[in-house]
Each structure stands twice: as C-alpha cells, then as structure tokens.
Design a protein around this ligand. Structure first.
Ligand SMILES: NC(=O)c1ccc[n+]([C@@H]2O[C@H](COP(=O)([O-])OP(=O)(O)OC[C@H]3O[C@@H](n4cnc5c(N)ncnc54)[C@H](O)[C@@H]3O)[C@@H](O)[C@H]2O)c1
Length: 476
C-alpha cells in the first residue's frame, strides 16, 4: 500500500530543489523567488458534445519568467490538477536552464481521458482550450509556447497552431506559438522521437563515464544490458526502440496500463506497440510472461530501469525492493523524495528527470528557432557548406590543372562533398551535443564537490546557478 503521508509531487520537487540550494550561496530571498510558481490560470469551459454541454477544467501554470517565452507541454489526463502542473512547470524551468534553452518554465493540463472521445470531438475540445489560453497570451510565440506531453502529440499541436493562427491572422510568427507540430504544419524532423532519443543519448553519455558507472556497479557498454521500461508511449517506446536497435541493449520487460510482460531474451518494442494497438494492452503478447500487477515488474532484477509513464511510481513503499542499480527518469517525477533517500542508501544511481527527458524541449527549441527564422532548419548552414565545398572542389581542380596532375575528381566524390547536412542530421547532432554537454556539467559538479549527494542534486545545482545568474543580471 502506498504511504499516503508521503509528500505529493509538487512538495517532492521543492524538497529536491531545497537540497541543492543548501550547497549554494544565494542572496537572501532569491531561492524562494526561484522556487515559487509565478501564476496558474484555471479555466472551465463548455463544449457541446453528443447533444449536451460538457464542462472541462484546464490549467496553465507559469513557473518562472526569468526568460521568455516560457515553455512546457500540455498534458491530457483525467487526474490532472493544479499542484501537478505547477510541479511540472517548475521542472521545466530547471530543465531549460540545465540544457541552455532560453525559456522560462510553464506547463498545462486538461482533465480529460482522451480515449473516451472521437477524434473530431477531441479537436473541438482542443481548439476551445487553445482559444481560452491564447486569448490570455498563455499561448503566444513570444510569451508562452506549449508542446506535447502525456496524452497529446503532433495532432493536438497542429490544432493548437491552427487555432492560434486563426485568432492572429497578421502574426507572421504564428507558427512558433507551439512546438511538436507535424512537419506539414511547421514542425521539425526528429521532434516526435526527441525525448526518447535524448534518453538514449543520456545513457550513452553515462556509459562514457567509468567513475559514474562504478557508483552503480556497472561495467562495459550498453550492449547486452537488461532494461525494463514502464510506459510504451512516445518517450518509452522511442527510448526502448533506439536502445535496442542501435546500442544492442535488451528490453526484457515492458510495463503498461493493464500489466507487465517479461522475456529474458528480449522484447521488440515495435512488435509490442503493434500488439497494444490491436489488443488494447500487453496481455496475451506471445512468448512473454504476463503479470497483471505491472508495478511489481519495477522491482524485477535488471540493469537499467526506465520509468516513462507516471509520477510517484517509485515511492517509500516499494523503493527498498527495487533491484535496478541504475534508474533513468524518462518520465517527470517518477521517484518521490522519500524513495530517492532509500535508493541512495542502497547505492542506486538515478539519472534525474530534469536532465534525462530534456531532449524534447531541446528539439522544441530548434523548431521554435526554425519557425521564427522562416527558413528550413539547416538551410543556411547547408548553403554555407555548399559554397565552401564548391570553392574547395574548384581549388582542387585548379591545382590539378596548374600542376598538370591530371586528376579528375569523381562525380561521387563531388556529390558527397557537396552534400550538406539535412535537417534530421542537424537535429540529432544538436541534441547529442546538448545531452553530452549537460551530462558533463552535472557529472563534474557531482565529483567536484565530494559532498554533493547525487546526480540529481548536482543537476539542480547547475540549473539553479544559471537561473540565479539570470535574475542577478536582469534584476527582478
Ligand atoms: N512527450 C514528450 O516530449 C515528453 C517530454 C518530456 C517529458 N515527458 C514525460 O514523459 C512521460 C511520458 O510522456 P509521453 O509523452 O510518453 O506520454 P504518452 O501518453 O505518449 O505515453 C504514456 C504511456 O504510459 C502508459 N501508462 C499510463 N498509465 C500507466 C500505468 N499506470 N502503468 C504503466 N504504463 C502506463 C500509457 O498507456 C502510455 O503508453 C511523462 O511523465 C511526461 O511528462 C514527455
């Protein structure tokens, strides 16, 4: 039974924040200012559906405006509440600072179970919600830029972008009002998988740090590592897929809403996802052992545990039974502060959410920049590269002629040389670079001060320092 006296998600974020503040020498009152959520807007609106008016409740929390626009996803879930979006908005502030995307933190939520509605109904509801937020500048390219989160994706972002554009017909930057859009609505290649891809890059970087691996008692590479994933949604699916296909890791367990499946020889996330699509859950998936109580699978023996669904799933009640020596928080807030203490005592290393799932906002930043520049991402670089490559090719040809060398540059060579990087390559390399640099900063902080308790605290220290510097530079 979950310990109901345990602090909630928002209190947990605050506890973790305070643990880091203890290491910092901030001017009086600044930590309080950074910690507090600036504002939360609650909206109740009606939509006529199936012959009657249904009332929905939604939120948009703005945690910190030390940089604008503020940024953060919109979540669709039946149990969304104010404290939850405020905690998520706070995490966005710290996340953006950590990976140096120039945004403050925000988050939104709508109390809805999207599975209960037809697509055209969801469109109606989403457009109305977007209208309510946009008319208060809570969706705006320069002030507040949402993105997908649990229960939403490209489809919802396209509706939001279109709704905003209809309300602001003369705003040439309208497309930058939301990120995570489909490509044909101003999206960017690589955004859909960005958060899962970021989780993969984070793990790859962790495995380039032998001292950190040693703390978890891990050796070798990602190849052959046994992984359990909770939540085969956008983030969990992509992380599992890339780790299996590109790093040779073994996905031995998958936990979903209806239970968990286990196969020590490895599961194929594509296959499992298809099965879920057809059967509504993992139950009955061929060749795997099924357990109806999915949470128990979190405790199963493995090398890496990837919670990628809900918050608070590892708490004071089950933390002591967790076997994984390494947990990477693909979801926001999957480990409570109380569980964090217990796991630390056990020597478990946690790669924290504010770093681990920052791939989404990183690529969202690229999309926002692309929308504002009104130019295909990478096109400028490509032009420059092309011009540079062309002049080099010319130079080689002239040299050959001058010296009578008789070289003939092959067509293949020229083509290869003249090929610029395409959008997807640029996005991937930008994301990889971001994840590497941020990890190096937090790992260094962890080791620099022997007394820093863990990677999470180190990540908060790096992040709070940046937010505090920003407040110091600009004033309040
Ligand atoms: N989408 C993003 O870009 C993004 C970015 C940063 C962080 N996140 C975080 O990642 C987490 C997952 O987000 P997502 O976008 O992948 O959501 P999603 O809605 O695409 O997927 C969530 C998955 O979790 C499963 N799930 C729900 N309840 C469950 C339960 N009780 N047990 C096991 N599985 C359950 C769902 O069936 C679904 O497959 C959230 O914490 C979110 O805040 C998402």
């Amino acid at each position: 039974m979950r310990d109901m006296t345990e602090p909630g998600f928002r209190e947990n974020v605050d506890i973790m924040f305070r643990r880091a503040v203890e290491y910092l020498d901030l001017p009086p009152g600044l930590a309080d200012k950074i910690q507090i959520c600036n504002s939360t807007y609650t909206v109740r609106f009606g939509v006529r559906l199936r012959g009657k008016i249904e009332t929905f409740v939604g939120y948009r929390a703005v945690h910190s405006e030390h940089m604008e626009p503020v940024k953060g996803g919109i979540r669709y879930a039946p149990e969304v509440h104010q404290n939850e979006v405020e905690a998520l908005a706070a995490l966005m502030t710290y996340k953006c600072a950590l990976v140096e995307t120039p945004f403050g933190g925000s988050k939104g939520g709508l109390c809805i179970d999207p599975r209960k509605y037809e697509e055209h109904e969801l469109e109606q509801i989403t457009r109305r919600f977007a209208y309510e937020l946009a008319k208060r500048d809570l969706i705006h390219p320069a002030q507040n830029v949402p993105a997908p989160d649990m229960g939403t994706g490209e489809r919802e972002m396209a509706w939001i972008a279109d709704q905003y554009a209809r309300m602001n017909t003369t705003d040439i930057n309208a497309r930058a009002c939301v990120t995570g859009k489909p490509l044909n609505s101003g999206g960017i290649k690589g955004r859909v998988e960005a958060t899962g891809r970021g989780v993969q890059y984070a793990l790859q970087e962790f495995f380039r740090h032998p001292d950190d691996m040693a703390k978890a008692g891990l050796t070798g590479s990602l190849a052959g590592k046994r992984i359990i994933v909770q939540g085969l949604g956008n983030v969990g699916y992509h992380a599992a897929k890339f780790l299996r296909e590109e790093d040779d890791a073994r996905i031995i367990g998958i936990i979903e809403r209806d239970g968990a499946i286990l196969n020590e020889d490895g599961l194929d996330p594509d296959d499992v996802r298809e099965w879920i699509g057809q059967h509504g859950g993992v139950k009955g998936y061929p060749g795997a052992e099924f357990t109806a109580n999915g949470a128990v699978m979190l405790e199963h023996d493995c090398d890496i545990l990837i919670p990628a669904a809900l918050e608070g799933v590892i708490n004071r009640e089950n933390a002591d039974r967790i076997h994984a020596p390494l947990i990477i928080e693909a979801a926001n807030g999957p480990i409570t502060a109380g569980a964090d203490d217990i796991l630390r005592e056990k020597g478990v290393v946690i790669i924290p959410d504010l770093y681990a799932n920052a791939g989404g906002v990183t690529v969202s930043y690229f999309e926002w920049v692309k929308n504002l520049s009104h130019i295909r991402f990478g096109r400028m670089q490509r032009r420059n590269e092309e011009a540079h490559a062309k002049s080099l090719v010319r130079e080689l040809e002239r040299l050959s002629e001058d010296r009578g060398l008789g070289w003939e540059l092959s067509r293949d060579f020229k083509e290869k040389y003249l090929q610029g990087a395409d959008e997807l390559q640029l996005v991937r390399s930008g994301l990889d670079d971001t994840m590497r640099t941020a990890y190096q900063a937090i790992s260094e902080e962890w080791h620099r001060r022997n007394d820093v308790r863990d990677l999470r605290t180190a990540a908060f220290i790096v992040s709070i320092t940046k937010v505090a510097d920003s407040y110091r530079a600009k004033g309040l």
